[in-house]
Design a protein around this ligand. Structure first.
Ligand code: UT7
Length: 336
């Protein structure tokens, strides 16, 4: 390249923050008793081992795209921006039935963000935190002003209801945030990574089991080595959460809220103990009535905590997502 040619380089807002959050919960409540009609288990075992008392399963008409559209539209309305202001739709999921076109581009069209860039993120239960990190960098880098980040799953389509290791755990729903420019830092540096040596810990394999709404779509099925993932979460994720606090330049005492991926209440308990969180820190326990909704679990919990008054606008919150890959991402944010 000749010396004289200097390319323009985009510059964006100095900081970004989460402006709003929205969610969608399917109406069909599935109790532990109903789950136990298909697996050899009990309400007591499921509560003790995971914390879950009930979860939601989407109906045939509630898809990854429709649930994501509802959550994103709610977040956009609450942000007070016009859908046409959205520059990028980032949608994290592992349960959209086909890889292309992306769910994100379809959702962009449905929410009225025509012309917005769009892509799906495949980072399983870490997908939402990956999206928040990417949106923060895009806004500060100048490639977008407003980004919608969605975490959405219809895991009832990809979980075998007769699998004792997963059927009681995974569930459906969607959460979304709008991220935009800010005068003050609203999203601290991300701490993220992956461990490809544990590919087999949670994966999806081809399956012809006819339990889905539409078996012709040929979804693969989730398999999980639960204990292996549990051990990794309660050791490696402790380091990641501590590193995220350090990256934000704060201590556990300065946190208001802790919203870990709602994987299992016992994993949350272990993280709370290891971080020595003060009693004053409010901890997300949305798993109890929502189950583990993978990419959707953090924004679903965030929205519920803000709606029921447990968390407030401006609170300092530590987020961490972790799951299949194995991959993870953690960051401290200001709540919208
Ligand atoms: O979201 C993505 C990341 N995923 C996670 O973070 C999930 C991490 N893993 C877990 O949350 C837990 O491993 C599970 C909740 C999935 C399972 O809990 P666990 O305490 O690890 O159970 P286990 O596999 O160690 O099994 C303990 C016992 C065994 O019986 P014995 O050998 O002690 O007699 C199992 O056979 O519980 C038995 N068991 C069950 N009993 C009733 C296993 N599954 C069930 C079941 N109902 N569904």
């Amino acid at each position: 390249m000749p010396e004289s040619v200097i390319l323009a380089s985009p510059t964006g807002a100095r900081y970004s923050r989460i402006l709003s959050v929205g969610s969608y919960r399917p109406s069909h409540v599935v109790t532990n008793a109903e789950i136990c009609t298909r697996i050899d288990s009990s309400d007591e075992w499921i509560r003790e081992r995971s914390g879950i008392t009930e979860r939601r399963h989407a109906s045939k008409d509630e898809t990854v795209v429709t649930m994501a559209t509802s959550a994103a539209s709610m977040a956009i309305a609450r942000a007070g921006i016009d859908p046409s202001d959205v520059d990028m739709v980032l949608l994290a999921t592992i349960s959209h039935p086909y890889p292309t076109p992306s769910a994100a581009v379809e959702v962009g069209e449905l929410i009225g963000a025509r012309g917005a860039a769009a892509m799906d993120i495949s980072a399983a239960c870490a997908g939402f935190c990956y999206g928040v990190a990417l949106a923060n960098d895009m806004i500060r880098g100048g490639s977008a002003k407003y980004v919608v980040v969605i975490g959405v799953e219809k895991l009832s389509d990809v979980v075998n209801p007769t699998d004792r290791g997963t059927a009681f755990l995974f569930a459906d729903g969607a959460g979304a945030v709008v991220i935009g420019p800010s005068d003050q830092p609203g999203i601290a540096p991300v701490v993220w990574g992956g461990d490809g040596s544990q590919l087999q810990a949670i994966n999806m394999t081809a399956s012809s089991i006819a339990f889905r709404d539409d078996p012709s779509l040929g979804y693969p099925t989730v398999t999980m080595a639960g204990q292996q993932v549990f051990r990794w979460a309660v050791t490696e994720m402790v380091k990641a959460t501590k590193d995220a606090l350090e990256a934000a330049g704060i201590t556990a005492e300065q946190l208001d809220v802790f919203i870990p991926h709602q994987a299992n209440n016992r994993i949350t308990d272990a993280l709370v103990r290891a971080l020595a969180l003060p009693e004053s820190v409010v901890v997300a326990r949305d798993i109890v009535t929502t189950g583990n909704t993978s990419a959707a679990s953090i924004p679903l919990a965030m929205d519920r905590m803000m709606e029921n008054g447990e968390a407030h606008s401006g609170d300092t919150a530590l987020l961490i997502g972790f799951g299949a890959g194995l991959v993870y991402a953690a960051q401290v944010v200001k709540l919208p």
